[in-house]
Design a binder for this molecule. Structure first.
Ligand code: 2DE
Ligand code: MG
Ligand code: MG
Ligand code: MG
Ligand code: MG
Length: 322
């Protein structure tokens, strides 16, 4: 019998997580409440809080339960949702979690302010934990998210190894940092705080795999399955792993990358080159290698059903279609 993400969510009791998150975002201003809670009405996977809770329970095996871990999982999801709302403004996206994006359902100004508001709520929740190391760890994530987006606006290279290294660094900043630091923070707040560095490594490796698969799905999955637009990265001028690998077989790809696929026919040409290469296969193989690293990190954590759950999570990340 195959384990699904919903089974893992159940194991760490995050079933009422949406209710808790919405409660954290209620405002005396009904318009602000409506826009800030909008994305929680859609079909989110809640992959991040599930991962963070599993890590917390795993490191806490044999110690009494503690409430801080659940708070950290909630903060992680709040930071994530704020970044999605802002990301959809930057990317001019219309669909998210099977719903209209906040910028599309309301407008861009409301979306920017709603993202800011969610970050403010996450910040006060973080302060209430009363642990300055935890505050330092989780606030570094917000800086990384911004660095990742700025990085994506600028950096270009023509050397394959350099391109790939820059792409992995960007993926760390925009995706893995949140998962890694969320894992680190719950480990720090467990009965075994010395496990925080291993917890961080697991989150980093799994998070990079997660983004590699996200970028692969942008080429091979459908908007219906993902609840957000497929085929959007080339339109945004982004050269993700499948494109970088395709450029090894088709050096002409490098010209398209440099001009951000912005000339007539560039996108169709790039899609052909990706198809006529091992771009997708090599991207999945790289994601597999990061998952393997994450699995070997787990060997240093206490054996428990939660550790098994963290291993299953690697498999779910790799073999998802949405
Ligand atoms: C997802 O990338 C975006 C991640 C980071 C966004 C960070 C921003 C800085 P994608 P999809 C906007 C501001 C941060 C705050 C407010 C905390 O690849 O495919 O565009 O899901 O994701 O659209
Ligand atoms: Mg986007
Ligand atoms: Mg984006
Ligand atoms: Mg994504
Ligand atoms: Mg994407």
């Amino acid at each position: 019998q195959t384990i699904k993400l919903v089974d893992l969510r159940e194991a760490v009791n995050t079933d009422n997580i949406v209710e808790d998150l919405v409660n954290d975002l209620l405002s005396e201003n009904p318009d602000l409440t409506a826009s800030a809670t909008h994305l929680f009405k859609g079909g989110g996977k809640y992959f991040r809080p599930t991962c963070v809770m599993l890590m917390g329970e795993c490191c806490n095996t044999g110690y009494p339960d503690n409430d801080k871990q659940r708070e950290i999982a909630l903060i992680t999801e709040l930071i994530h949702v704020a970044s999605l709302i802002h990301d959809d403004v930057l990317d001019s996206s219309d669909t998210r979690r099977t719903l209209q994006t906040v910028n599309s359902r309301f407008n861009e100004k409301v979306a920017i302010l709603s993202g800011d508001y969610i970050i403010a709520r996450a910040t006060s929740k973080l302060a209430r934990l009363g642990c300055s190391d935890t505050i330092t760890i989780l606030s570094s994530v917000i800086r990384d998210l911004i660095k990742g987006e700025i990085h994506q606006l600028n950096k270009r290279s023509n050397n394959h190894e350099e391109q790939l290294a820059m792409y992995i660094e960007k993926s760390y900043l925009k995706t893995a940092s949140l998962i890694a630091h969320g894992c680190q923070a719950v480990a720090l707040n467990s009965g075994r705080p010395h496990l925080q560095h291993i917890a961080y490594q697991y989150g980093r490796n799994m998070g990079i795999a997660f983004q590699l698969v996200d970028d692969m799905l942008d080429f091979i999955s459908t908007s219906e399955a993902m609840g957000k637009a497929a085929g959007s990265d080339l339109k945004l001028g982004l050269a993700t792993a499948p494109v970088l690998y395709a450029a090894v077989k088709h050096p002409a790809m490098n010209q398209l990358i440099s001009r951000g696929f912005n000339e007539e026919g560039d996108i169709e040409l790039a899609l052909e080159m990706v198809k006529d290469s091992n771009g997708i296969k090599l991207t999945k193989a790289l994601a597999q290698r990061y998952c393997d690293k994450a699995l070997s990190d787990l060997k240093q954590l206490p054996e428990s059903e939660y550790r098994t759950g963290l291993a299953v999570l690697c498999d779910l990340v790799l073999n998802r279609n949405s």
